[in-house]
Design a protein. Sequence first.
Length: 180
Amino acid sequence: MNRYVAFLRGIGPSNPNMRNENLRAVGESLGFQQVETFISSGNLIFDSESDDAAELEAMLEAEWPRQLDFESRTLIRSQSELERLVDLAPFGERTHGPDTYLLVTFSKTPLEIAFELPYQPPGRDLWAVGSTEREIFTVTDTTSAATPDVMVWLEKEFGKDISSRTWLTVQRILKRMTHS
């Protein structure tokens, strides 16, 4: 059995169709085991016998509109992939807090990065500090930049097949995956 987390893009908990119990029901209808959600931002943790994450993504993306009447790009990572990501410690000694926003952006496909890291986009108080093949790590100075500006820049650079989570959320998801 493989342990996964599905990161859904654009989930709004105020939409009744996007509530956690509905997301879990879709996972269960697909035969996933140990299905749970983590916070209300579209994080679905589950077990599956499949070792094909792309196939699982496609299955979930097909079911969101069919069962819940919404579409959401869905990006899946295995527990071992998240463990490797956390072990990288991509933010070094930086901490997520009121003045500094640490963000991991997941991509469905390998990232095409057109700049050298670390990189500060012109006119923005954010820095791309590192990457893996399918993740990019950004740090935002929240004393002068709005987080949504980060999302606009990320989408412009990498398209819509991405979904972002704070570094704290990624660490908390991994903890939940290993203790449930």
